[in-house]
Design a protein around this ligand. Sequence first.
Ligand SMILES: O=C(O)CCC(=O)C(=O)O
Ligand SMILES: [Fe+2]
Length: 344
Amino acid sequence: MSAGRPFRGCACFFTDNIFVGRFGLHVRYRDGPQLRRDHGRALRERGCRSEEQLRDVLREIEAEVQRRKELIHKSEERRAIISKCYKPKHPEVYTLQDSFLAPEFLEILRFCSSPGADLQGLLSYLESFSDKRIYRLPVFTEEFCQAFVDELENFEQSDMPKGRPNTMNNYGVLLNELGMDEPFLTPLRERLRPLTALLYPELGGGCLDSHKAFVVKYALHEDLDLSSHYDNAEVTLNVSLGKEFTEGNLYFGDFSQDPSPVPRYIEVEHRAGRGLLHRGGQIHGALPIASGERWNLVVWMRSSAIRNQLCPMCRRKPQLVEAEGFGDGFTEEEPQTVDLCALG
Ligand SMILES: O=C(O)CCC(=O)C(=O)O
Ligand SMILES: [Fe+2]
């Protein structure tokens, strides 16, 4: 994180995109009358019919708003405790090394940094899915995936305090709280930049300057799936870390709102060690796993040059609020790197 460019959040974090788990709906919330006005119909359609159910929904939303208000402070507290008290089982996985990266991934990165590298050439290395600009590519070696998951399980079983990735995931780990941002995730994002610059120039792919990274975990009797949503990211990298699982495909396109006989959504399978790159704003979700455990590294990559113009969560000019670390990737002043970006 470069000094002098503090990252910020957008005030909409406290009012927008609040997930009502029991009815699988994201809402905007100011007060009760506004909720009824804006979301009454969608809630009724999802089975929220009585006044009592609506009161439960309001309670759930207000608890979530409160959680969000306390979040920065609580997260800092957890980070301090973890850095002081947690003994990693595999300390080596905290610092990115070339040996963690699949040889094919290193080759792709070499290609992207070579003179004359272009999108057409890059696409010959990637698996592409439909016309939605979703790509799959090898990222990590199997050995690294195993050691990383083993480390995360060790953390999970420890008595350390745990923050959860977001309101839709009840399991998984926030990697900044484990101290992985600087030694692992920033270098990974920077290594990816020549690739994202070619794939997503108009999303600031050439100047992704912050991220939020976490691991999600799905298992029977825990979380099985993930509701349809878009990410607070310009570009998302989602790497399958294993372990063994069946089903649990990612889907793109809003299939809950797509009653057409030929669905316009597509499914993409997770393959261990491989990553999916997609636009953060592309609606997606995860289908339920049928057996085993599925662990994925999710990196929401952000470009301040892009999001300073328009917050992707509220679709308005961001109203900046103080934040810790990378915040939600907004900055006060225009980044000096803006001229290095191919903004399309
Ligand atoms: O389960 C997955 O692979 C998707 C995770 C995801 O979309 C997210 O956390 O934003
Ligand atoms: Fe997502």
